[in-house]
Design a protein around this ligand. Structure first.
Ligand SMILES: [Fe+2]
Length: 312
């Protein structure tokens, strides 16, 4: 990389980090319509703890905790006409909403599930920790253990979620991953390449740079990594082929049948779980590995997802 390009990237990162750091302390959610809305996370947290108490009274707490520890490996094939030949059968390990410190045993549960997997690339779509503030010392230590158990030929790429802090991006080397902050990278296989674009979290930390990153004129097969589904319109209109996200935990606490009570999305229940399609773009909202607010799941399934891209 030329010195000039490196300087430009460094300046871009400094500008982003200073904007993100001020947003992290202002207690507002900054969304894509440009509006700010007050974050009621502490009130929400108090309510869920009251809810946890009620569940304990009705002996449902342990059942919900057991559900949250039950994480499955979900294997999905995605078929594309325009997939470059050398990416036929390309495998993607998709992890989202690890929230690894939300349940004591979660770190080991995840490691046991992923340590024997061999994939081409791993994408992590944000929310590494349980809390939205506080020290990151512990979560860096846990995440390092997780990423050192990932076997991905082309490496690990990640984006930040609304629970994460910009400070985590200083630990890329230690975590053996690359954070994509409103930027794109190419993955090459012989004569072919695919592009992967990652943005900052649009739920709480939206800036125009996230949209601009997806609007860059890049040709060929493209994958978007975003913490939430909320940039689907921009990605689809800019010819992205695959959009991977998480954030909703599949509802986490759902009614029988899987209807979520809360999704924490500005788009409500839209694209809150699983596979979806928008224009010509395939999207997937992972139900995530971990949990937040309360360490329980009802009628939602924690998951680790493996995609295989197929050329048709
Ligand atoms: Fe999350």
């Amino acid at each position: 990389m030329s010195g000039e390009l490196e300087n430009k990237k460094l300046i871009k990162k400094i500008v982003w980090a200073s904007t993100r750091s001020s947003m992290e302390v202002d207690n507002y959610k900054h969304n894509k319509s440009g509006k700010k809305s007050k974050s009621y996370w502490s009130l929400f947290s108090s309510l869920v703890h009251y809810f946890a108490f009620i569940l304990k009274v009705f002996n449902l707490y342990n059942k919900g905790l057991k559900n949250a520890k039950n994480i499955i490996i979900n294997k999905i094939e995605l078929k594309y006409k325009n997939l470059p030949e050398n990416f036929d059968n390309y495998t993607i390990l998709h992890l989202s909403d690890l929230h690894t410190d939300s349940i004591k045993e979660l770190e080991d549960i995840i490691i046991n599930k992923i340590k024997n997997l061999n994939v081409d690339v791993c994408f992590i779509t944000g929310d590494f920790r349980k809390d939205i503030t506080g020290s990151i010392k512990n979560i860096i230590k846990i995440t390092k253990k997780i990423t050192s158990n990932i076997n991905a030929k082309d490496g690990i790429y990640a984006v930040l979620g609304n629970h994460d802090t910009y400070l985590m991006t200083d630990y890329e080397e230690e975590l053996k991953l690359k954070f994509l902050i409103n930027e794109s990278v190419s993955i090459n296989r012989g004569k072919d390449k695919i592009t992967v674009t990652g943005t900052d979290d649009p739920y709480r930390y939206y800036t125009a740079q996230a949209k601009e990153a997806l609007e860059k004129d890049i040709k060929g097969f493209k994958i978007a990594l975003v913490h939430t589904s909320e940039l689907h319109e921009t990605a689809a209109k800019n010819n992205y082929n695959l959009y991977l996200c998480g954030h909703t935990h599949g509802g986490q606490i759902c009614l029988p049948g899987g209807t979520p009570v809360i999704t924490h999305q500005f788009d409500g229940k839209k694209f809150f779980k699983g596979l979806w399609k928008h224009l010509n773009m395939i999207g997937y909202t992972s139900s995530g590995c971990g949990v937040s607010g309360i360490p329980l799941r009802f009628y939602s399934q924690g998951e680790i997802t493996i995609f295989t891209l197929k050329k048709i």
